[in-house]
Design a binder for this molecule. Structure first.
Ligand code: RUB
Length: 309
């Protein structure tokens, strides 16, 4: 039995250590791990199988608490099993595989649509600033580059774990002129920036966006400089629990990421994300187009009613 949970434990460990990072990559990795778990299951009955899936779900939810895309995906897949009339575990595992495949393919379609729509906002010879590493943002920029647009990207280093390095390497690999700055230099360069593009980990019912720590400062700076600030995100990063009054939990990570051996009695705080208020967001570039953050709940009801179930 021990080996059965290995894909789950191994994936959760990589997520906790940020070896797998970014909301989309985290969701994809957990879906694949659940699929492997289902394919390898030796559960003797539906009841045991559902319990196994629930345990895996809890492990993943605990691995990064601020990831509604992962939560929405796993809930959908596991619900399909729970609601099924099927009792045969092998057949139930096939349901997991089918639901996972469908979710991953829909996610891929969304990403392509977002890139297509967002690339139109990249003007020839423009300067784009981005923060952290968002695969949704880099896909959009890749698309713009493939369309033959020339532009420059400024990447913030993104303390404390430097995900900006991943973005910078990707941009250079695409042949894009790339600059790398410390997070606190955002204001220094903002007057030369045409467009800020950031990803999202979570979107609340009020249209506020949770993304890598420092995002809200960049939004304030962009606002002050009158530079358009866009969030590039799949709609399924919406957290339905926020409709019913819950706050999105902000993960606080180990102080060691900031200062390995700090002086005794020093309090080192390390929140992974912050909240950018909708008032500072020009639009959310999503699979439904460029929408106002104010309309998020209505758009979700229309496009993904199942998240509210
Ligand atoms: C990553 C981050 C990304 C979002 C969106 O933080 O804040 O902007 O997750 O990424 P971390 P994507 O490195 O702590 O995971 O667009 O790839 O879903």
């Amino acid at each position: 039995m021990k080996h059965l949970s290995d894909p789950v434990r191994a994936t959760a460990k990589k997520i906790r250590r940020l070896e797998i990072q970014g909301a989309r990559n985290v969701a994809i990795a957990t879906i694949k791990a659940i699929e492997t778990l289902a394919a390898q299951t030796e559960a003797p009955s539906k009841k045991h199988f559902v319990r196994e899936l629930a345990k895996a779900k809890d492990t993943f939810f605990g691995s990064r608490p601020t990831e509604p895309l992962m939560r929405n995906a796993l809930r959908l897949i596991i619900n399909r099993v729970e609601k099924s009339e099927e009792k045969n575990v092998k057949k139930l595992a096939e349901i997991v595989s089918l639901a996972s495949g469908q979710f991953l393919s829909d996610l891929d379609d969304s990403s392509k649509k977002i890139a297509e729509i967002g690339a139109r906002r990249i003007r020839h010879n423009s300067v784009v600033l981005t923060h952290c590493h968002s695969s949704t943002v880099t896909n959009l920029l890749k698309r713009a580059k493939h369309e033959g647009k020339e532009f420059e990207v400024i990447c913030t280093e993104t303390r404390p774990v430097f995900q900006g390095q991943t973005t910078a390497e990707e941009m250079l690999g695409m042949g894009v002129k790339t600059s790398f700055i410390v997070d606190s230099a955002a204001r220094f360069f903002m007057n030369n920036v045409d467009l800020v593009l950031v990803g999202a980990d979570a979107i609340t019912s009020e249209g506020n966006v949770i993304n890598k720590i420092g995002t809200s400062t960049i939004a304030l700076v962009a606002h002050e400089a009158r530079t358009p600030f866009y969030v590039v995100s799949e709609l399924l990063k919406f957290d339905p629990a926020t409709v019913y009054g819950d706050y999105e939990k902000i993960e606080e990570r180990s102080p060691g990421e900031i200062w390995k051996n700090p002086p005794k009695n020093l309090i080192v705080r390390n929140p992974a994300f912050d909240v950018t208020r909708r008032d500072f967001i020009h639009g959310i570039i999503c699979e439904e187009g460029i929408i106002s953050p104010h309309s998020i709940t209505e758009v979700m009801h229309r496009k993904y009613p199942w998240v509210f179930e």
